[in-house]
Design a protein around this ligand. Structure first.
Ligand SMILES: NC(=O)c1ccc[n+]([C@@H]2O[C@H](COP(=O)([O-])OP(=O)(O)OC[C@H]3O[C@@H](n4cnc5c(N)ncnc54)[C@H](O)[C@@H]3O)[C@@H](O)[C@H]2O)c1
Length: 272
């Protein structure tokens, strides 16, 4: 599938760690659709991951930036605009990390320094990215920003722990900043709430395999894959969605509208 939907557009993609990453698939699709972009990730992730292979394939430049550090974000924008030869038309925030989840801390035994880090990395970073962008005036008129989120912002998934609050914060920032930059520059800001997907961040959550399978059986269309996510993001970065902003959009095969499915009913019936 190639419709050149992003021909002539310049972007920044945060969060491609390895080929399973949602940002990795999005970069591949954005390249196919004619975009030119910069790939960025935290310096430590760049050392661990294989991002240079992706950069070679997509003719992209890799610029390290910790998304919680203002000076890194400023440098990222300066170098990106220089490399791309103009201002930014699209930006993907595909960043998530909870030290509490990583260390197996349960929701009723959270470390509060870790909690603040979770909020900073996974939520507040979107505000920092947008505030620096506004101050430096890096977006073209009508640019599109998308951040990836999960339904645990609205519904309880016990093992998602403090990431639930981080995602609620992220979605709220997208709405509030969507107003600011919408009025100022017609910039669109949305969050996409994705199905569980097998990636480093996704499979780090306890019981991931079980709730992956549960979500798949609950969703009339089945779970959305990383490629499904990338395809949806391309439409949001394109000019076809110029009036969509400040929304939390579900790319989840219908999961978020379900109560119970026949498949899950059968399983519960067998167990009783
Ligand atoms: N995989 C899923 O099941 C799923 C479902 C819904 C939403 N999401 C969200 O999608 C996004 C991407 O996650 P993924 O599943 O592709 O996993 P991933 O582990 O491949 O991506 C997470 C990225 O965040 C980056 N990151 C962490 N700390 C950072 C920092 N300080 N500065 C810059 N980057 C930093 C990591 O290096 C990594 O590249 C996350 O926001 C995640 O919460 C994932």
């Amino acid at each position: 599938m190639n419709h050149q939907l992003l021909k002539g557009k310049r972007g920044i993609i945060f969060g491609a760690l390895d080929e399973r990453s949602l940002a990795w698939k999005t970069a591949e699709r954005a390249f196919e659709e004619g975009a030119q972009f910069v790939l960025t990730n935290a310096p430590v992730a760049l050392r661990l991951g294989t991002i240079n292979q992706l950069a070679d394939k997509c003719k992209a430049k890799v610029i390290p930036a910790d998304a919680t550090l203002i000076e890194d974000i400023e440098k990222l924008y300066d170098e990106s605009i220089q490399f791309l030869g103009g201002k930014i038309d699209f930006l993907l925030h595909s960043i998530g990390m909870s030290p509490n989840v990583r260390k197996g801390k349960t929701y009723n035994d959270l470390d509060y320094n870790f909690f603040l880090k979770t909020l900073d990395i996974s939520g507040l970073s979107l505000h920092k990215i947008l505030q620096v962008a506004e101050k430096k005036d890096v977006f073209n008129e009508g640019a599109s920003v998308v951040a990836l989120t999960y339904v645990a912002a609205q519904r309880v998934f016990p093992h998602y722990s403090d990431m639930s609050q981080a995602k609620a914060l992220l979605e709220s920032i997208a709405r509030s900043y969507g107003y600011q930059l919408g009025v100022k520059k017609k910039v669109r800001i949305n969050t996409v709430s994705q199905s569980p997907t097998v990636t480093t961040a996704g499979s780090g959550v306890t019981g991931f395999d079980t709730f992956y399978s549960y979500a798949d059986k609950m969703s009339p269309l089945g779970n959305a894959s990383a490629l499904d996510c990338a395809d949806y993001l391309i439409t949001l970065f394109s000019d076809l969605t110029r009036k969509v902003t400040m929304q939390n959009l579900f790319n989840d095969g219908g999961f978020s509208s379900m109560g119970i499915s026949q498949q899950i009913l059968e399983i519960v019936k067998q167990k009783n």
